[in-house]
Design a binder for this molecule. Structure first.
Ligand code: HEC
Length: 158
């Protein structure tokens, strides 16, 4: 084997090792984070109420997506604000569920409500300009979902 061949073999081995390490990390990170999820330690009646809110949240996202597909921006804004936005925060969290949440979890909840109100604002702008800023509306929606994902990554109900 010439020196050049040896060099090529070494380089290939290095790449293989690097790729294995990357694959290992990619596969193990979700497991690690899931194992690390913190239990919210909620009383069972609160946890039942929370799960019911959660299923409503998912339904709301489905409705919003459909309204956006139909370019019904004003309706999408109303749906988001009333069900997920700051207007609903008072109703859902402060008075009932939020009171029992660990602080970090409540913060993510508040961020989600804020993101939903921001989404509603950009959807109202889209209503005015006939959907010119449609991309901004979709980005704002993904910011809402980011908070769903963040909380699910960190917390579990039991
Ligand atoms: C502040 C924290 C938090 C936020 C924000 C949040 N969730 Fe959840 N969600 C939870 C927890 C905790 C569970 C229970 C997960 C577990 O125990 O494995 C849950 C469970 C769920 C479930 C399962 C309900 C069931 O009946 O089992 C759905 C669906 C869901 N969330 C949807 C959403 C959607 C959609 C959003 C965003 C719009 C969202 N959640 C935002 C904390 C949150």
């Amino acid at each position: 084997m010439s020196r050049f061949d040896l060099l090529v073999v070494r380089k290939k081995m290095l790449y293989k090792t690097l790729i294995s390490v990357l694959i290992f990390l990619t596969l193990s990170i979700p497991v690690i984070t899931n194992a690390d999820r913190q239990s919210a330690e909620l009383p069972s009646f609160v946890s039942r109420q929370l799960m019911s809110n959660m299923r409503d949240h998912l339904e709301t996202l489905e409705e919003i997506t459909l309204l956006l597909a139909e370019s019904k921006y004003a309706q999408a804004a109303d749906t988001a604000e009333n069900n997920l936005g700051m207007s609903s925060a008072e109703l859902h969290y402060k008075k009932f569920v939020g009171k029992y949440m660990p602080k970090g979890m409540r913060n993510i909840g508040t961020q989600m409500h804020k993101a939903a109100s921001d989404f509603a604002l950009s959807a109202r702008e889209a209503e005015k300009d006939g959907g010119l800023n449609r991309n901004r509306v979709l980005t704002a929606l993904s910011q809402v979902m980011k908070q769903c994902v963040a909380c699910h990554d960190f917390y579990r109900a039991k």
